[in-house]
Design a binder for this molecule. Structure first.
Ligand code: PEP
Length: 245
C-alpha cells in the first residue's frame, strides 16, 4: 500500500525562536497512524535545531536540496552524507525554485536523487509545468520529460524508496491551486509512466497553494497520496490540519 505523506517546505524562512515554537507544536500534536507520515524540510542551518527538537517524536525532517557529489571542492554545496548525519529522512530534489533560479537541470535532479539514495535518504523529486507550458498544452510532455530524467538516473530500477511530487509552477506560492480533477489528471499520467516502468508504491504528492481548506478535496483523488506544502507549513495549526486531511 502507498504511504500517505505530507511534507512541509519551509523555503528560506524561519528563525531560531519561531522554529522552536513551530517544531514543538508539531512534535507535541502529531500522532502518526499506520501508513501516514509528516515531515518538514528546513533550511540547512536549522537542521541541528530540528534534529534536537524532533528526535523521539513522530515527525520526520529533511532538507530542501542536496549536492549530487558526496564530498570535495564544491564550495557552498551540502552533501547527502552530511544531511544523513543530521538525521534527515527526506530531501527535496528539483523543486521548481531551484530549477528556475539556480539552474537545476532534469539530469542534475536525477543525479541528486541518486546521491540522496546512496546516503540512505528518501528523495522527493519534484516535477511541474509553468503557466506558459500549461497554456501551450505541454503539461504532460513537460512532467514526463522531468520524470523520465529521474527514472533514467535511477535505472534499471530505483534501489531505495523515493517520492514524486507534482507541483505546477503557476500554483506555487500564488494562492492559485490546481482543481482536484486537474491535479488528478496529471497524477494519473505520472502514475501510468511509473507503472510502465514497473514501479509501484511511490507516493505521489501534490504541491501548490495547498491549505487546510482545499487539502481534503485534493487528497481524496485516486492518485494523490499527500502534499508538498510551502507557505502553509509555517503555521503548525494549518499544517497539522492539512496532514489530518
Ligand atoms: C512549495 O514550496 O513546494 C509549495 C508548494 O509552496 P506553496 O504551498 O506555498 O504554494
Amino acid at each position: 500500500m502507498r504511504k500517505r505523506l505530507v511534507v512541509g517546505n519551509w523555503k528560506m524562512n524561519g528563525g531560531l525562536a519561531a522554529n522552536a515554537a513551530l517544531l514543538a507544536a508539531l512534535a507535541g500534536n502529531w500522532k502518526q497512524a499506520p501508513g501516514r507520515e509528516i515531515a518538514v524540510c528546513v533550511p540547512y542551518p536549522y537542521l541541528a535545531q530540528t534534529q534536537s527538537a524532533l528526535r523521539g517524536s513522530e515527525v520526520s525532517w529533511g532538507a530542501q536540496d542536496v549536492s549530487e557529489h558526496a564530498s570535495g571542492a564544491f564550495t557552498g554545496e551540502v552533501s547527502a552524507p552530511m544531511l544523513a548525519e543530521f538525521g534527515c529522512r527526506y530531501v527535496l530534489a528539483g523543486h521548481s525554485e531551484r530549477r528556475q533560479h539556480y539552474g537545476d537541470t532534469d539530469a542534475g535532479v536525477g543525479a541528486k536523487a541518486v546521491a540522496a539514495m546512496r546516503a540512505g535518504l528518501i528523495p522527493v523529486a519534484c516535477v511541474g509545468e509553468t503557466l506558459a507550458e500549461r497554456d501551450g498544452g505541454m503539461t504532460a510532455a513537460v512532467v514526463l520529460r522531468q520524470l523520465d530524467a529521474v527514472l533514467a538516473a535511477l535505472a534499471p530500477q530505483p534501489a531505495a524508496p523515493w517520492v514524486l511530487a507534482y507541483e505546477p509552477v503557476w500554483a506555487i506560492g500564488t494562492g492559485r491551486t490546481a482543481a482536484p480533477a486537474e491535479a488528478q489528471e496529471v497524477h494519473a499520467t505520472l502514475r501510468a509512466r511509473l507503472a510502465a516502468a514497473g514501479i509501484k508504491d511511490v507516493p505521489l504528492l501534490y504541491g501548490g497553494s495547498v491549505k487546510a481548506g482545499n487539502a481534503a478535496a485534493l487528497f481524496a483523488m485516486a492518485d494523490i497520496d499527500g502534499g508538498l506544502i510551502g507557505g502553509a507549513s509555517l503555521d503548525a495549526t494549518e499544517f497539522l490540519a492539512i496532514a489530518a486531511a
